[in-house]
Design a protein around this ligand. Structure first.
Ligand SMILES: C[S@@+](CC[C@H](N)C(=O)[O-])C[C@H]1O[C@@H](n2cnc3c(N)ncnc32)[C@H](O)[C@@H]1O
Length: 286
């Protein structure tokens, strides 16, 4: 392996993941319908500028319908090539003037630091520096927006931390919580007054909750609440905790209103499924 590919291992990992889901668009049908339902509902109130964070292959988006619903669409991802290819495949060139693919963008501000960690010497991780980086505001290209949707990105941001720091690092939990807060802050700060935020995130996998693959829709919510009560969810991604953070943390007080937790759904990837939660909020008018 060359030096540069070793240095870019984390980017290569996310690019590889996008490659593996490239052909799964039809498998994403129901998941996409749920995401699109939420986005169109926002568009009925505020049909201006939409930004999607973690757009990737856009398998969870119907770009042609979004172009009807919103005036401008900005798609953001660390893997710009995946987004460009998705747009090229779904929107004719003559109709792409209201859709903008941002340059490769790390929405966390710690991607390079994580990528440079020497996994054979985790003692070199400077937790205070990492936390400092996570306390800084991240700039989203072409902000502010009337709507920002983060689509199954939060779990990937957190997974990058796991991959780089390992699962046993003593500072892991504090870094993950700082990352989560920073992501929410980035969304809030990139919204216009009155703009809508949609944090759509997978929080449980059928790998730890096998019944997710087969239970009836009517009991999905109660099964998931039980799992959460038993602490069976991705670290940092308890939907009730994310909701509470937006409602009560001083960073968001006075800035955020109408925080709502929506009904969960299943994101079926064929061989495994994820439970997906959505929290919507609005940036205050003042
Ligand atoms: C699970 S995918 C989301 C699914 C995607 N919306 C789709 O339909 O294909 C997560 C996306 O987050 C992107 N990503 C991971 N880390 C990122 C970072 N630090 N900044 C921006 N995007 C990132 C990945 O490249 C990937 O496209």
């Amino acid at each position: 392996m060359s030096d540069s590919s070793i240095q870019k291992w984390l980017l290569a990992e996310h690019q590889h993941r996008n490659q593996t889901t490239l052909e799964l668009r039809s498998v994403f049908d129901q998941h996409r319908q749920r995401v699109m339902h939420l986005l169109k509902r926002v568009a009925r109130e505020k049909a201006g500028r939409l930004c999607v964070l973690g757009a990737g292959n856009c398998n969870d988006l119907q770009l042609d319908e979004l172009l009807i619903a919103f005036e401008l669409i900005v798609l953001v991802d660390i893997d710009q090539a995946a987004v460009k290819s998705a747009v090229a495949h779904s929107i004719p060139e003559t109709q792409r003037d209201r859709i903008h693919v941002a340059d490769s963008t790390d929405v966390s501000g710690v991607f390079e630091y994580l990528q440079a960690i020497d996994k054979n010497d985790l003692h070199t991780i400077q937790t205070s520096h990492l936390l400092h980086l996570l306390s800084r505001q991240q700039h989203i290209p072409m902000a502010p927006f009337d709507c920002i949707a983060s689509t199954c990105l939060l779990s990937e941001l957190i997974d990058s931390v796991f991959l780089a720091m390992g699962g046993n690092h003593p500072a892991l939990a504090s870094v993950i919580l700082a990352l989560r807060r920073q992501h929410l802050r980035t969304m809030v700060q990139s919204l216009c007054a009155g703009g809508f935020g949609l944090v759509i995130f997978d929080f449980i996998s059928s790998q730890t909750l096998p019944e997710l693959m087969c239970i009836d829709e009517s009991i999905l919510n109660s099964v998931l609440v039980n799992a959460i009560n038993e602490k069976n969810f991705f670290t940092g991604l308890n939907p009730f905790a994310v909701q509470a953070e937006l409602q009560t943390h001083p960073d968001f007080l006075g800035l955020v209103t109408d925080v709502r937790l929506h009904s969960p759904w299943r994101w079926d990837l064929g061989h495994k499924q994820f439970a997906v939660s959505t929290i919507s909020f609005r940036r205050s008018l003042t």
